[in-house]
Design a protein around this ligand. Structure first.
Ligand SMILES: [Zn+2]
Length: 173
């Protein structure tokens, strides 16, 4: 499983720090509550604004049940190579201005993913802000309203809170 953590630094600072980032210390397994041991790092190669980075992702493993836990910085999304900021900007520009900052194919892929998660995102906002939040039926209009709501809070914060709340990413398949 992945835990999303806000390191409060940029992707390039995170990269420069290598294995010396200030990683959260997680002592107990979220599944069986037994002791966790540190289990090294693995490399990821995220892309932001056409620059590729090489970063270390810290891993823990449970001695008892074998669960593996990695600490994903909140500027990334699980299973996506581009940064959260860029993916979000790409969707924002497309929904609001029909502008493409990435390829059309890539943009539509992100938007479809986002639209697939609309029910979850609505339930998140209803539980966190107001249970009576109203939405129109049309998917595109719902998406635009939600993108606006997400943009009004810091996006990495939204992404992390959503993940903590529903145990899945707001762009999950
Ligand atoms: Zn365990």
């Amino acid at each position: 499983m992945q835990l999303i953590h806000n390191f409060k630094i940029s992707i390039s600072e995170y990269e420069q720090n290598g294995q010396d980032n200030v990683f959260p210390k997680i002592l107990h397994c979220p599944r069986c509550h037994d002791q966790l041991i540190q289990n090294g790092f693995y490399l990821r190669h995220p892309i932001d604004l056409d620059k590729q980075y090489t970063i270390f992702i810290k891993r823990y493993r449970c001695k008892h049940c074998g669960l593996s836990i990695s600490i994903l910085p909140s500027f990334l999304l699980p299973h996506f190579q581009r940064t959260l900021k860029e993916i979000f900007q790409c969707m924002y520009d497309y929904y609001f201005m029909k502008k493409l900052i990435l390829s059309r194919c890539q943009t539509l892929f992100y938007c479809r993913r986002f639209e697939k998660n609309i029910p979850g995102i609505i339930s998140f906002f209803r539980s966190k802000i107001n249970p009576f939040l109203k939405f129109v039926k049309k998917t595109k209009k719902k998406a635009i309203k939600l993108i606006k709501m997400i943009k009004s809070s810091p996006t990495p914060t939204f992404s992390r809170r959503y993940y903590d709340h529903l145990q899945k990413c707001f762009m999950a398949n």
